[in-house]
Design a protein around this ligand. Structure first.
Ligand SMILES: Cc1cc2nc3c(=O)[nH]c(=O)nc-3n(C[C@H](O)[C@H](O)[C@H](O)COP(=O)(O)OP(=O)(O)OC[C@H]3O[C@@H](n4cnc5c(N)ncnc54)[C@H](O)[C@@H]3O)c2cc1C
Length: 473
């Protein structure tokens, strides 16, 4: 633990248990595992530890800082004693000088070759690949938060049986699958940081990411922040045991429709867009009957999707209707939905055994708005051939850039692509951008027809060998 003495000669902070040791005022101790911790004092003031930036990944210095924060949080040490800075940027690590009264236990600044945001299938696959490539990835994911509906491990943490992830012939529980993903990423040296990224600066490389207590500099950034299904917010919809989420209520027909619980049952699909029509049509393969509940008297879906749904004899439309609540029991799961007619306000109960909410998804991209190219809904635009975004060195994978497939296996697949793209970029090789151009880490642009190279200084050169192959021979 920490002990602290105040006196003329003994102003020091001692931290045990992390191999960090202690230092007398003004002394600097360097430790074998490449970090430096400096104890300092200013006459008649408080002892302070200033920790100089650990130069490279995994450096213990960051743990020192974390530990101090922890002591502050528990009241063992005041913010001032710990020298927690007021201005995170001004006191960022890297400087080990102290000016005047400005004690600066600097906010942690981590520098990494590869930083990944999100620990769903996409982010963890990117971590496995970049870890194996010795790039020491740092993976940042939001902590568990019931209100914001976040859990490290991503969307599969809120589901039960996953039957369609290859390699599990008998299916696997979503949370168990994500534990295995994480262990595999850990095995290859992924560092994990459980924090919300609060804002980012992608205007120059290294890119800067901010959490409440750290600054992260990334040579390459892999965005795998996923998407969130939109929910109705009605009684009975929450995750079990509060409601019937995972016990008859789902937001993914492709994922859950084929489960035994929904076979030969009456199912309700809520929504009127293309996704709702697609889900309803898909569910007719298994269900006895599918009711599409839509709050208007016409659909938003494209003509072709509407026609397919209207032709399907198993689908019945309930117009001008809203689901006001989901009914059921813990033993039997969903038994019906309470419907409100939007025209005459009448309520009635529709018996069913499953409810699929298909009112859209929201990609988790608010953080990047105005900094990276997105489509009208907010999905990040990537190249067709790679996972490159319009910002050289920033890659996006998984649901955050995929409004079409949104499956764990496709997320993992694009996570692998992002890792290989980032590796390629760091290896100074060209990577294809959404425009069709290729870019290198040096800022060279290769034209989509591969004929020209535009160097970072604007010089244009032809992209062909100086000696023709035939002549060389
Ligand atoms: C109920 C349900 C059941 C499903 N069942 C199946 C199934 O059976 N089979 C299947 O293939 N697919 C299924 N899916 C879909 C599958 O879960 C997703 O396609 C997949 O999880 C997408 O992976 P991802 O890595 O892109 O993102 P996600 O899994 O969404 O992970 C993104 C992570 O990023 C974090 N994050 C977001 N913003 C920030 C931020 N600012 N700072 C830090 N962290 C942040 C999030 O907290 C989250 O942990 C299901 C989805 C749901 C909702």
């Amino acid at each position: 633990m920490l002990s602290q003495k105040r006196g003329r000669t003994a102003r020091w902070i001692r931290i045990l248990g992390h191999g960090i040791g202690w230092g007398l005022p003004g002394s600097t101790n360097s430790y074998a595992n490449s970090y430096t911790i400096r104890a300092t004092e200013n006459a008649n003031r408080f002892p302070a530890i200033q920790y100089a930036a650990a130069p490279e990944p995994g450096a213990v210095g960051t743990q020192a800082s974390r530990l101090l924060m922890c002591f502050v949080a528990r009241g063992v040490l005041s913010r001032r004693d710990a020298c927690v800075p007021n201005d995170p940027v001004a006191t960022a690590l890297g400087s080990d000088t102290m000016e005047g009264d400005q004690y600066s236990l600097a906010k942690q600044e981590l520098r990494r070759q590869v930083v990944i945001i999100g620990s769903g299938p996409a982010g963890l696959t990117a971590a496995i690949y970049t870890g194996r490539a010795n790039l020491g990835p740092l993976l940042i994911d939001a902590p568990s938060d019931a209100e914001k509906q976040t859990t490290p491990g991503g969307q599969l943490m809120i589901t039960t049986e996953v039957e369609n992830y290859p390699g599990f012939s008998q299916g696997v529980q979503g949370p168990d699958l994500m534990v295995e993903f994480r262990k595999q990423a850990e095995r290859f040296g992924t560092e994990f940081l459980e924090k919300w990224i609060t804002h980012v600066d992608l205007s120059e490389r290294p890119f800067t990411l901010f959490t409440d207590d750290s600054i992260i500099k990334a040579e390459t950034l892999i965005i795998a922040s996923g998407a969130s299904a939109k929910w109705l917010g009605v009684p009975g919809e929450a995750k079990t045991p509060k409601g019937f989420g995972g016990n008859g209520v789902s937001a993914c027909a492709t994922c859950d429709g084929p489960l035994p619980a929904f076979r030969n049952k009456r199912l309700v699909v809520v929504g009127g867009g293309d996704t709702a029509m697609e889900e309803a049509t898909f569910l007719t393969r298994y269900a006895a009957r599918v009711y599409v509940v839509h709050r208007r008297d016409k659909l938003r879906a494209s003509k072709i999707m509407q026609e397919k749904a209207f032709r399907n004899e198993k689908i019945e439309f309930i117009w001008d209707a809203e689901v006001a609540g989901i009914l059921g029991t813990p033993e039997h799961g969903v038994t019906g939905v309470r419907i409100r007619n939007t025209v005459d306000e009448e309520h009635f109960t529709l018996d069913c055994e499953g409810v699929f909410i298909a009112i859209g998804h929201k990609p988790n991209t608010d953080l990047f708005k105005g900094q990276i190219e997105m489509d009208a809904v907010g999905y990040i635009k990537t190249s067709h051939r790679t996972t490159a975004t319009n910002i050289p060195g920033v890659f996006a994978c998984g649901d955050v850039q995929d409004s079409v497939y949104r499956q764990a296996v496709t997320a993992a697949g694009t996570g692998c692509m992002s890792a290989l793209d980032a590796e390629r970029f760091l290896d100074h090789l060209p990577v294809a951008m959404p425009t069709g151009e290729e870019v290198t880490i040096e800022g060279e642009h290769i034209s989509p027809d591969h004929l020209k190279i535009i160097r970072a200084n604007g010089e244009v050169v032809m992209n062909e060998p100086e000696v023709a192959f035939a002549e060389e021979k």
